[in-house]
Design a binder for this molecule. Structure first.
Ligand code: MG
Length: 173
């Protein structure tokens, strides 16, 4: 059985993952309507990944005999002035998520809940990747500047991104 304190914190994290999913779906919709279909594809895959993150926590809470409580998802922005602005928002958001995961990790340690701490290891590594990817794309978009052809080529590249089910969901635990 999981402690009420950890259960509440995981329910908060589930909500944060759904908010992330909503944010990236909104970015995907925005860039779709701006004609950047590759960037839109990248964000729509990001949307699926965030839903998967929520599902990992949901499955875990159920496995521990906890209760999942789905809370309202707050509104997200709907427009960005450029692809660079969207990826800067992405990085800032992922840094916040990293802080949330770290806080949850610290709580699991203080509550001596080593199962939860272990479950969070995957998320700790995942956040390193999320931040690195956003940083990389920000760097490239800064180099691209207002070069339309270079932006077109990046858009083509991001169109090739495909969704992979995150490993904790593949093993369904
Ligand atoms: Mg996430």
């Amino acid at each position: 059985m999981i402690s009420p304190k950890i259960q509440d914190a995981i329910n908060e994290q589930i909500n944060a993952e759904f908010w992330s999913a909503y944010l990236y779906l909104s970015m995907g919709m925005h860039f779709e309507s701006e004609g950047h279909s590759g960037i839109a594809n990248w964000f729509r895959i990001q949307f699926k990944e965030e839903q998967a993150h929520a599902e990992i926590f949901i499955n875990y809470l159920i496995a521990r005999g906890g209760r999942v409580e789905l809370k309202p998802v707050a509104a997200v922005p709907t427009t960005w002035e450029s692809p660079l602005a969207a990826f800067q928002d992405t990085l800032a958001h992922e840094e916040k998520v990293t802080a949330l995961i770290n806080k949850l990790y610290a709580l699991a340690e203080s509550e001596h809940d080593y199962a939860t701490r272990g479950k969070l290891d995957w998320f700790v590594s995942e956040q390193v990747e999320e931040e690195e990817t956003a940083q990389n794309l920000i760097g490239r978009l800064k180099l691209i500047g207002d070069n339309g052809l270079a932006l077109f080529m990046l858009d083509q590249e991001l169109a090739a991104r495909t969704y992979t089910v995150p490993s904790p969901l593949q093993s369904n635990n």
